[in-house]
Design a protein around this ligand. Structure first.
Ligand code: ZN
Length: 297
């Protein structure tokens, strides 16, 4: 009898402590520094530190998704970062637009991983990199879908990407403006969302605002065009109202990104800023209610 009573007490004490511990860990957003094991989270988004460029890894319980592939000088780093995550297959590769700092690592991604499906903005350009990208896709016979506003891409486990841009006719008319016709998509997982903007600038922001400003509202924002002055317009930020902005960029880059006026706007709107040049890879995890942002350094 005594032994049973002792065990009952132990169970009660352990349960109470577990409840207190769990209450302390949920219900609010958190920011952490240093490496954190994100395995097991239903949703992980890594804004990879690829210097000046974009490469964003999204993992749901069911799928591995890569948005852009960084620039050519960072391609080896990109491949080793993906391999370090134990990745062998990329279910969906999304190329926001065909500039070098977004497609530079694509050829190496095709060489090292099985890519099951590509989503592309449908914009063409004359660069060698773009030609190589298309050639590889054709050679490997990878299914290729041109996306436009209104489409939804399923990422598994209740996670979806709502495509908000581009739309045809493309901005810029006969000579499309590659940045402004970037794929912009809102990732939604239950109550959590992040707006992925590629290099969309104010013309694209304006078009999306006119069409449906309410849909832009997101928990987090991946800053458009590496935090340039031509993106993150005041009206756009007002519609998105993110709690934090994540900027993907290289240290001391030649474009002087991010622009001080953009950082000022974030500060005025009390939007926290995370940037890969100083913080390294940024890891966002979410359970659909709350989220945590972890800095690599
Ligand atoms: Zn770019």
């Amino acid at each position: 009898m005594n032994i049973i009573r002792k065990w009952s007490w132990l169970v009660i004490v352990v349960t109470v402590f577990s409840l207190i511990f769990m209450a302390g860990c949920s219900g609010s957003k958190g920011v952490q520094s240093g490496s954190k094991d994100s395995a097991g989270a239903p949703l992980t988004i890594k804004v990879l530190d690829v210097g000046q460029g974009d490469a964003i890894l999204i993992r749901t319980k069911d799928q591995v998704v890569l948005v852009d592939t960084g620039d050519v000088p960072a391609r080896d780093k990109l491949i080793s970062m993906l391999k370090a995550q134990g990745i062998t297959t990329i279910d969906k590769l999304i190329i926001t637009h065909p500039h070098a700092d977004h497609i530079g690592g694509a050829a190496d991604v095709f060489k090292n991983f099985t890519v099951k499906q590509i989503y592309d903005s449908g914009q063409k350009t004359t660069s060698n990199l773009y030609r190589q990208y298309l050639t590889q896709i054709q050679k490997k016979g990878i299914p290729f879908t041109v996306v436009s506003a209104g489409m939804t891409i399923e990422l598994g486990n209740e996670t979806i990407l709502k495509v908000l841009a581009p739309e045809t006719p493309f901005i810029g008319g006969s000579e499309p403006d590659l940045n402004n016709n970037s794929i912009v998509a809102k990732l939604v997982y239950r109550n959590f969302s992040i707006l992925l903007t590629g290099d969309a600038e104010s013309e694209s922001e304006e078009r999306m605002l006119k069409k449906d400003a309410a849909i832009l509202n997101s928990t987090l924002l991946k800053s458009g065009h590496h935090g340039s002055r031509t993106s993150s317009s005041a009206a756009f930020l007002q519609a998105v109202t993110p709690e934090a902005a994540l900027i993907s960029l290289g240290a001391n880059n030649e474009y002087h990104h991010p622009h001080p006026s953009t950082l000022k706007k974030y500060k005025e709107k009390k939007i926290e800023v995370y940037r890969t040049d100083t913080d390294g890879t940024l890891t966002v995890t979410s359970d659909g209610k709350t989220y945590t942002i972890t800095k690599e350094r």
